[in-house]
Design a protein around this ligand. Structure first.
Ligand SMILES: [Zn+2]
Length: 418
């Protein structure tokens, strides 16, 4: 048994020669892990939180096992002239990695700045610093404009061209968001922060009604999901209302998307003065608020069928039966997708008809599960995804019922009107 050794300067020095290659490997790993946050333009309500990739560690390989003393032949000492190496930058780097894992970005950046300044010849320190800036940018609260400086700093330190391209895309989007929201009023309620262009005619009276409505929704969802994110210590849920052009500029989604949740609820609102439009925005906001609760409880890996199914199921209770009926009727003439196809994000799907089918199936399946097994079991599957990822929901369901979710999907197919 050989415990991992604390890094010492000699070992560190001998490994630095391999630093460049190791960096490349690490960046590839980080890129793969970060694939989930590439697409920040979203389909309606799809969540693409940045994945939380492991920080770039300077020495990811375990130290080579030391031969056991009894078999090690005493040989000449090959390590020549031990010379004093300043340990501090390495220690700072280690501490910064730990801080990053705990989300203490400010502290990590401070330590990595010092390490990188002390040892500009160790590329790992700079790479980690770039990564730290990037993470702080992506975790920024209070609007993307606060992240612009961090994205720019990240670019000062990140060399990998593909990674740089990702950061530049994020930076460009942050600038667009900042420009679009520059003059928005900010109006907090108990559990939400509303941002919108206060000079737009006919909007503020409607927004006042939306505030009341979303506060009611928050209480309703708190009961339903069994968790209240703000009371659990998270920030208020942000709701940003744009005109159609602004929404397109920020999300790149044009005018067909009803809304989006990407950590913040973003919704295009043309006018709230007619009841029809108000009702439409209301159901979009309830849908996106459901995503906010789902994300708060289940994290970023809740399967799309559950995430979108629950959000649609909660959109408008008075309309639910007819929505489900319509979805079931449309599904009756097509083959259902296997569940595994509906686990990942629907963002990458090109075929709009298939996307519509996926949403229909998500709603019909969640409703079927609620009818057969009760809402509490369905909603508790969301929490199971936080630890268990997309498989967590299925494992949780089987643990409670001894039934495979795929079998229930078969029941749904059999129950459709043929
Ligand atoms: Zn959605």
């Amino acid at each position: 048994m050989h415990p991992l050794k604390k890094e010492n300067p000699e070992a560190r020095r001998s490994r630095e020669g391999r630093g460049a290659l190791m960096m490349l490997v690490l960046l590839v790993v980080a890129l793969l892990a970060a694939a989930g946050f590439k697409a920040l333009s979203l389909l309606p309500g799809d969540w693409t939180e940045g994945s939380r990739e492991a920080p770039v560690r300077p020495e990811p390989v375990a130290p080579a096992p030391t031969p056991a003393p009894e078999v090690a032949a005493p040989g000449p000492d090959l390590v020549s002239e031990p010379e004093a190496v300043d340990e501090r930058p390495y220690d700072l780097n280690d501490q910064a990695i730990a801080a990053l894992e705990e989300g203490r970005f400010d502290q990590a950046i401070e330590w990595l700045e010092e390490a990188a300044a002390a040892r500009p010849d160790v590329p790992t320190f700079g790479a980690n610093l770039g990564e730290a800036y990037l993470r702080r940018a992506r975790a920024a609260e209070g609007g993307a404009d606060t992240a612009i400086d961090d994205f720019e700093s990240a670019l000062d330190w990140i060399d990998d061209p593909e990674r740089r391209a990702q950061v530049e895309t994020l930076l460009e989007r942050s600038r667009r968001v900042r420009d679009e929201e520059r003059d928005f009023v900010v109006e907090p309620t108990l559990h939400f922060t509303f941002r919108y262009d206060g000079s737009r005619e006919g909007l503020s009276a409607g927004v006042d009604r939306l505030k009341v409505l979303l506060e009611e929704t928050y209480q309703e969802f708190g009961e339903r999901f069994g968790r209240r994110p703000v009371e659990a210590g998270e920030g208020r849920i942000e709701v940003i209302l744009y005109d159609a052009a602004g929404f397109d500029k920020v999300t790149g989604l044009g005018d067909w998307a009803g809304g989006v949740f990407d950590g913040r609820i973003r919704v295009p609102v043309e006018d709230l003065r007619t009841e029809l439009r108000f009702a439409r925005v209301k159901s979009v906001l309830r849908h996106e608020t459901a995503h906010a609760f789902t994300h708060s409880i289940g994290g970023a890996k809740v399967p799309a069928w559950l995430n979108e199914g629950v959000a649609q199921w909660l959109e408008e209770p008075a309309r639910r039966a007819s929505d489900v009926g319509v979805a079931r009727a449309r599904l009756a003439t097509v083959a259902l997708f296997p569940l595994e196809r509906l686990n990942g994000n629907l963002v990458g799907w090109e075929d709009r008809a298939e996307v519509a089918r996926a949403y229909d199936q998500a709603l019909a399946f969640v409703d079927h599960l609620v009818v057969q097994y009760g809402p509490d079991l369905v909603f508790s599957m969301i929490g199971a995804c936080r630890e268990g990822g997309v498989e967590g929901a299925a494992a949780h369901f089987k643990g409670r019922t001894l039934v495979d979710l795929e079998a229930v999907l078969g029941d749904l197919a059999d129950s459709l009107p043929r």
